[in-house]
Design a protein around this ligand. Structure first.
Ligand code: HEC
Length: 333
């Protein structure tokens, strides 16, 4: 062990000396080339017996072979998956410099309210979150007041309903999970606040799911209360097709094509899942700007102030002759 350590230290030291020698170009620093060569040839494998080599070889083959079998089995299972993978769409907010399309977020809110809110909750979004994003404060207040919210208990201990306030969260359509399941043939409509982050494929998947309903292919039977959607795992989804042409009305007069409705609601859900999306990108741009400037400054400083250190030349004196050593030409190195 100690011998090994000494050998290694010797090796690194010799290498350092080699570099130093090349760097300053002098023959002063002689090295023990014999020990370098010896340690370079150092290998633990040489001490193995032939049976050990054979055993380790077979072990390697078995491990590698098992890995290949597992990989091919995994690939064959994946090839058997029946659902379609969503296409990659070019969302307006995908680029490095692109914020969310806020007109689309606002239209998406209208679609959510008119279509999805009858089954899905959005329990992490409050009306106050809409202020400055899709609505003015007065408009968001009016939106909240349209809803009757459970409150209480009052002085007599009774629960009561009151019009919503900006601080209220968007109310859920069902009082509890059991009621939601009972109304949807046993399936629970998930909360949509973080659904874009919670599903593989994000916006692409949800857009494809909403617009992908079709008749089941020959040989596939769908049970009562289920619908066929090739993008959903297993193909049978309890949610009936929610979006058709004109199934919501836009206040800004945009024509409500099915794909327009689906796209807008997905952009709205993206905002719901990542309300800090725009700020994050702005912050990133500022950070890159700042670091870019700092790097340019550092480069300038190194090239101007540091240049005297980089171009400094050392001249060593031999302690034997008392003269500067002979500088070797490149060829001798
Ligand atoms: C009639 C009720 C109903 C309406 C309206 C409805 N959904 Fe659903 N949704 C469901 C149910 C039920 C499920 C659970 C499906 C399942 O697990 O089979 C579901 C599931 C989902 C899922 C999850 C799919 C998955 O991968 O697990 C998403 C996303 C979704 N709905 C989005 C929407 C959007 C967006 C709207 C509005 C455009 C909407 N839904 C309207 C009932 C509804």
């Amino acid at each position: 062990m100690i011998v090994k350590f000494v050998n290694l230290t010797n090796y690194y030291m010799s290498n350092m000396v080699l570099y130093l020698r090349r760097f300053i170009g002098v023959s002063l620093l002689e090295i023990n080339s014999h020990s370098v060569n010896k340690t370079r040839l150092f290998s633990t494998r040489k001490t193995w017996s032939s049976s050990k080599t054979a055993f380790l070889g077979i072990l390697g083959l078995i491990t590698g072979g098992t890995g290949v079998i597992i990989y091919s089995l995994d690939q064959s299972v994946q090839a058997g998956e029946l659902e379609l993978h969503p296409a990659k769409f070019k969302w307006a907010h995908n680029g490095l410099f692109d914020a969310l399309d806020h007109a689309s977020v606002r239209r998406g809110y209208e679609v959510f309210k008119q279509v999805c809110a009858s089954c899905h909750s959005l329990k992490f979004v409050a009306y106050r979150n809409l202020v400055g994003v899709t609505h003015s404060e007065a408009a968001a207040k009016a939106e909240a007041e349209e809803q009757m919210i459970d409150d209480g208990p009052d002085e007599e201990g009774n629960m009561f309903k009151r019009p919503g306030k900006l601080s209220d969260y968007i109310p859920a359509p069902y009082p509890n999970e059991e009621a939601a399941r009972a109304a949807n043939s046993g399936a629970f409509p998930p909360d949509l606040s973080y659904i874009v982050l919670g599903r593989e494929g994000g916006e692409d998947y949800i857009f494809s799911l909403l617009t992908g309903y079709c008749d089941p292919p020959a040989g596939v039977t769908i049970r009562e209360g289920q619908n066929y959607n090739p993008y959903f795992i297993g193909g049978a989804i309890a949610m009936a097709q929610p979006i058709f042409e004109d199934s919501a009305v836009y206040s800004d007069g945009t024509h409500a094509h099915a794909s327009q409705l689906a796209k807008d609601v997905v952009v709205f859900l993206k905002w719901a899942a990542e309300p800090e999306f725009d700020d994050r990108k702005l912050m990133m741009l500022r950070m890159f700007g700042f670091f870019g400037f700092s790097i340019a400054l550092a480069y300038y400083a190194v090239r101007t102030k540091g240049i005297s250190i980089k171009t400094r030349k050392f001249a060593l004196k031999s302690h034997v002759t008392g003269k500067p050593p002979v500088t070797r030409s490149k060829k001798c190195d």
